[in-house]
Design a protein around this ligand. Structure first.
Ligand code: BG6
Length: 483
């Protein structure tokens, strides 16, 4: 099954902080790939902007180096690569002063495209002055979109402040808040699976679903980004945004259409229906040193840090569909594997006519986010061949790579940037969603601080602290293996 590419109209994209890590690692490679795919047409312009003094030629060299480092050398047809390079230019601007802004305005007005997008790949402290200057120097037109990314605040108060800053210059319909998990293939497939098929929706409730497990396991450590991470921890870094969005898509009511605000209204209702969590329903962890790797505390350089590199939470929703169905969430660094999945575990059979032959296990629908994006439905069938009625579990497997006959290569950033250019906000977070998610997480974080809760140690390469098993074992359940 070949993927269909619908080209966008030529556009101008300004990347503030264009020489920074996110831009070099994710944004620029994503743009290059879309050029190669034929989705970004000639005439589009990608304008790097930052305080560094660079010529456009020098900027192109920075980009070329970044592509070699993060994508690889000579990976693309030369003509496409040159087309991408021709789209690049650079303007020096200083977020904190008037320097360079006239220049940027002139560049945009000269043979400019109608759609203008500004990517704020800068520190949160620069967002206010950057957007003020954009306004002051007349950069904001009707067809302007602004892209903002994590951290969207560090708690409810700062998220509210950030939203207010953005809304001083932009209408909510122009603000694109990225959570790159929403750009992942499986995450969108979750909506397709639920709302484009007839057979799942009747089962998608507390009558048939026993519980849900959402796991985002990473095998990497926080080495190299300890400064940022120690102020965030797994809760702020992963749960408030990525896991919360996954939970919303699993739990939301069917929107009346696949329109941005219809979808976002439903997600917001889920966040608002989340019960406040008592910290006895959370377990935090920090990885300890192994023979060849340093511990979390060594990586962040603070031996008294109580920040978690792992967290598990039992969450519950107070609504008709989900009352009584626990959503177990967990995420952590230095775990056994990079493996993320959403598992919907269905209730056991009410009556088992095969009990004299064998056990029947619970049906489980697993959405694999990474690696190997796809969906598996675990079913019980009769073991083939003679020998009577022996039952066995088989996975009904739908790997997306098998389906399209190639690796799913579309990075979340590619999809999200193209959606922004097209003006489609469905996969972006609305301000009220972000604030509501912070309110829920703040409540937990505040309790940890007030009670001086200390994370449990866990081994690098394990499934996290043993104590996290308790969250499920107390309910007669267990975590799925991380594999
Ligand atoms: C980022 C977090 O938002 O997501 C990182 O800041 C984390 O700590 C990353 O590693 C995980 O993203 P992915 O797409 O690799 O699962």
């Amino acid at each position: 099954m070949a993927s269909t590419i619908i080209p966008v109209n030529p556009f101008d994209l300004v990347i503030f902080g264009a020489t920074g890590d996110l831009s070099r690692r994710k944004i620029l490679p994503a743009l290059l790939r879309r050029v190669v795919a034929g989705q970004i047409p000639e005439g589009s312009r990608i304008i790097g902007a930052s305080r560094t003094d660079l010529s456009s030629e020098a900027f192109k060299e920075v980009v070329d180096k970044a592509i070699n480092e993060f994508v690889g050398e000579n990976k693309f047809p030369l003509a496409d690569y040159n087309l991408f390079m021709d789209m690049l230019s650079y303007v020096k601007v200083d977020a904190m002063s008037d320097d360079g802004w006239e220049n940027l305005a002139t560049t945009l007005d000269t043979n400019g495209n109608e759609v203008r997008a500004f990517y704020l790949s800068v520190s949160p402290s620069l967002i206010g002055s950057t957007t003020e200057n954009m306004n002051k120097f007349g950069l904001v037109t009707k067809a302007t979109r602004i892209v903002a990314e994590k951290p969207l605040g560090t708690d409810y108060a700062t998220a509210k402040e950030l939203n207010a800053t953005l809304r001083q210059v932009f209408d909510e319909s122009q603000i694109y808040r990225i959570d790159h998990y929403l750009g992942k293939e499986t995450v969108q497939n979750l909506m397709a699976l639920r709302f484009a098929n007839v057979f799942l929706e009747p089962l998608w409730n507390n009558k048939y679903v026993d519980h849900v497990q959402i796991t985002v396991a990473e095998d990497v450590s926080v080495e190299g980004r300890g400064g940022y991470y120690d102020k965030s921890g797994a809760m702020r870094d992963m749960v408030q945004n990525h896991l919360m969005q996954l939970l919303c898509l699993v739990a939301m009511e069917p929107p009346s259409s696949y329109e941005a605000d219809e979808v976002r209204n439903e997600k917001l209702k889920v966040i608002r229906a989340l019960e406040p969590v008592d910290i006895s329903d959370t377990v935090r962890g920090q990885y300890r040193a192994s023979v060849d790797q340093d511990s979390y505390l060594q990586h962040v350089g603070d031996h008294s840090s109580k920040t978690e590199s792992y967290v598990a939470i039992k969450a519950e929703l107070a609504n008709w569909r989900w009352a009584g169905v626990p959503f177990y969430l967990r995420t952590g660094k230095c775990l056994s594997k990079r493996a993320s999945e959403i598992a919907i575990v269905f209730k056991p059979l009410r009556h088992h006519i095969f009990s004299q032959y064998s056990e029947v296990s619970q049906n489980t629908l697993v959405l694999h986010l990474q690696p190997n994006e796809g969906i598996t439905m675990n079913m019980t069938v009769k073991e083939p061949g003679p020998g009577g009625m022996r039952l066995t579990d088989v996975p009904l497997d739908m790997s997306f790579a098998d389906m399209i006959g190639e690796e799913v290569s579309l990075d979340a950033y590619e999809r999200l940037i193209m959606d922004c250019i097209r003006g489609n906000q469905t996969l972006f977070m609305r301000g009220d969603e972000v604030e509501a998610a912070w309110e829920w997480t703040d409540h937990i974080i505040d309790q940890w601080h007030a009670s001086e809760d200390t994370p449990f140690s866990y081994d690098i390469g394990s499934a996290g602290p043993k104590k996290a098993d308790r969250l499920l074992s107390e309910d007669g359940r267990e975590w799925r293996e991380i594999k």
